[in-house]
Design a protein around this ligand. Structure first.
Ligand code: GDP
Length: 285
């Protein structure tokens, strides 16, 4: 099943949350996986409430795709709220070894309490939650050295949980909690679509590319200038799109612009980080 095709009906949402709440009782800490490029947009709207009294570690995944300065801004932002955020790259395994020591620090009191009660176990039990496409299967596979994750991507489908023993003293629930993305805000919808977190049907590809060019121009005109060797000064978005198309030979008969082709190039190159490490949301946005 294509995980991006889940239709989140209220019943699905309730089942997903109930399952997460049930699993939460089994774990010491919840790892909340978000996309470093769109930290706000990839955060589920209700997860904060649910985690109020539960130790949590925010994992800023896909750090390799995001602007390091902005990722640091997010770390500082969460630190002010007394929440630890750790940047990671699940695909390449970067910083995954820091999860255990970081979780131990967050759980210092819990672990000390176990000692007081003479509980011998030093195992930290964890679960991962996140919206589709943030990298849940990737991190589970990496941590467990498994080739393919069993993804529990159908909301509310009950499966017997398995514990994955990870190097060190950690155990991870093999089924991640799949959360729905925020839909309420147009800007958030676009951010999710730009990064491929939701299907492109929110906008057709040409409109999505147009909006992406607008967004990239607002972040830094040099992103497009450098990649496509174009001049963007005092140009309208559509003119920039035309210039990129000309550079890339996206032309139809009669020298008309092939908007479909240029749109797919820009979106694809953004998603493959060919335009550089770009964060679409900063703390103060
Ligand atoms: P899930 O829906 O949350 O299980 O997400 P997946 O694990 O299927 O990952 C979605 C896509 O993001 C896949 O193409 C992964 O290869 C990619 N991905 C996951 N984590 C990272 C990361 O840290 N860096 C990069 N560059 N890609 C990642």
């Amino acid at each position: 099943m294509d995980i991006n095709n889940i239709n989140w009906y209220p019943g699905h949402m309730k089942k997903a949350i109930d399952k997460i709440k049930e699993n939460m009782k089994l774990v010491d800490i919840v790892l909340v996986l978000v996309d470093s490029r769109i930290v706000k947009s990839s955060m589920n709207p209700v997860i904060e409430d649910i985690l109020k009294n539960k130790p949590q570690l925010i994992l800023l995944n896909k750090m390799d795709m995001a602007d390091p300065k902005i990722t640091q801004n997010w770390i500082n932002y969460f630190a002010k709220k007394n929440i630890t955020a750790l940047p990671i790259d699940s695909k390449n395994g970067k910083n995954l070894d820091k999860i255990e020591p970081t979780a131990k620090k967050i759980l210092e009191d819990v672990l000390a309490n176990r000692k007081d009660k003479n509980i011998k176990s030093e195992i930290i039990r964890m679960m991962i939650v996140g919206i589709p496409n943030v990298g849940k299967s990737t991190i589970i596979n990496k941590l467990s050295n498994r080739q393919s994750a069993k993804t529990g991507n159908t909301p509310g489908v009950t499966r017997t949980n398995q514990w994955i023993r990870i190097k060190g003293k950690m155990e991870l629930l093999d089924t991640p909690g799949v959360l729905w993305p925020k839909f309420e805000d147009n800007e958030i919808g676009l951010n999710l679509a730009f990064t491929g977190a939701i299907k492109d049907e929110i906008l057709d590809e040409e409109n999505l590319a147009y909006k992406l060019i607008e967004k990239l121009m607002s972040i830094d005109p040099q992103i497009l200038e450098k990649r496509y060797s174009i001049d963007t000064q005092s140009k309208e978005t559509i003119e920039i799109m035309d210039d990129i198309a000309i550079r890339r030979g996206c032309l139809l008969k009669g020298k008309n612009i092939d908007y479909s082709k240029v749109s797919s190039i820009v979106i694809d190159e953004f998603r493959k980080t060919k335009l550089g490490r770009i964060s679409l949301e900063d703390v103060c946005d």
